[in-house]
Design a protein around this ligand. Structure first.
Ligand code: PMP
Length: 402
């Protein structure tokens, strides 16, 4: 037996890259919300009662019968060909421009890996998806925040920013953004695509929620506008990420990236080092589930429409004057802004005493801000929970503003 002093100091071995990773601020904050009688709107999970359990069971059986041992074998890094082809056909691009990934979360990590040099400037919305910041952070970028308003990215402010900042890439969620629920207008989409192209900035469009529109007109993706501008799928400066997590099920971890060939070629190499390929059986199962997708989108969209509308009605009734909130056209989240000076991190214990929980908005800002904001999710709440929860939140706000 060696003595303990002969053993390496394990924390001293952690890389500089990994030292930049911190326990998710949200995870820490949310520990206090996990009491059984607290109604929490903090999580962002898809509604589990809407998962097509029988169809998934059937899809596993069909895939195993159809492919036999090949369903359990290693497979190509690019992805299961019928799944890639279905995605490609739907979006009118060649299958070779589609890369299957293990959740869009892996897509974001791989994009960080192949694009970000230490010190590169990455432009993100203020606020943005926390998981993207977590994916990019280990590649040691510098962040610059793109100002946003009620309509999402403020393209005039972006234009000014691009004149003084040499950026590598811009990460955007144009539909029913996580965390705000905001959607970018067609005019802003065009400007965003044009401005980033002019300034040589790669544009990453993250679109897990686009299919879950419950009101208003569908808008063209940034990817489609980029394609229009470039006239060639292999020169498009927009990279598109989407996922079956919010439309079908998140647990199979099936998602994809659409990108120009030079990007896809590097993604394949990066993915080989990460996990060789997305699980074979999961991709085959997802392919079997595709015929169900339109009905599932309808079901999930209708449920979120109802839950979101109910939440907004309760907010209209229960929240005191001076509290503003978004009215999303789809997706799972809305965003609340309290008067300046109210700190939603400090307010959370009071909310929990009143038996309700939310996520404070601050962690969603790469460079800080948003102390007076919060995210609420309506995707997996019952009408009773929403009614009771908004009453408790209204009460909490009145106490804070008194
Ligand atoms: N991007 C955004 C904006 C998200 O909200 C999420 C999930 N919360 C993801 C990516 C990751 O999704 P996936 O399950 O496909 O990894």
């Amino acid at each position: 037996m060696s003595t303990s002093s002969a053993l390496p100091d394990l924390s001293a071995l952690i890389s500089r890259r990994a030292q930049t990773m911190t326990a998710s601020a949200i995870r820490e904050i949310l520990k206090i919300t996990q009491q059984p009688d607290v109604i929490s709107f903090a999580g962002g999970l898809p509604a589990p009662e809407l998962f097509p359990l029988d169809a998934v069971r059937q899809a596993a059986e069909t895939a195993l019968n159809k492919y036999g041992p090949a369903a359990l074998q290693y497979s190509t890094t690019e992805g299961h060909p019928p799944l890639r082809e279905w995605i490609a056909e739907r979006h009118g691009i060649p299958a070779q421009n589609v890369q299957i990934v293990t959740g869009s979360q892996q897509g974001l990590d791989l994009l960080g890996k192949i694009l970000i040099n230490e010190g590169d400037t990455v432009l993100v919305e203020a606020p943005t998806y926390l998981g993207a910041l977590q994916s990019f952070q280990p590649y040691l970028p510098q962040y610059a925040q793109v100002p946003t308003d009620e309509g999402g990215i403020d393209v005039d402010a972006l234009e000014r920013l691009l004149q003084t900042t040499k950026a590598k890439l811009l990460y955007a969620i144009p539909n029913f953004q996580n965390p705000t629920g905001r959607t970018l207008s067609l005019e802003r989409r065009r400007r965003l695509v044009e401005l980033t192209a002019q300034h040589g900035v790669l544009l990453i469009e993250d679109d897990p929620y686009g299919e879950l529109r419950f009101t208003g007109e569908a808008l063209p993706s940034l990817y489609a506008l980029g394609l229009e501008l470039a006239g060639d799928v292999d020169r498009n400066h927009v990279v598109y990420c989407s996922s079956f997590s919010k439309t079908l099920v998140p647990g199979l971890r099936d998602a994809w990236i659409e990108a120009a060939s030079p990007i896809v070629a590097k993604l394949i190499q990066a993915k080989q080092g990460a996990d060789l390929h997305t699980p074979t059986l999961n991709q085959m199962m997802m392919t079997e589930l595709l015929p169900l997708l339109p009905a599932q989108i309808e079901t999930v969209g209708a449920a979120y429409r109802e839950r979101g509308a109910h939440m907004l009605r309760q907010m209209d009734e229960q929240f005191p004057a001076g509290v503003a909130y978004t009215r999303p056209e789809g997706g799972m989240f809305l965003w609340v802004t309290l008067p300046q000076g109210v700190d939603t991190v400090a307010l959370l214990p009071r909310a929990v005493e009143n038996k309700v929980a939310y996520v404070p908005g601050q962690p969603f800002f790469a460079l800080g801000g948003g102390q007076n904001t919060m995210r609420l999710s309506y995707s997996s709440a019952t009408p009773e929970q929403i009614t009771q929860g908004m009453r408790a939140l209204g009460q909490t706000f009145r106490e804070a503003l008194a």
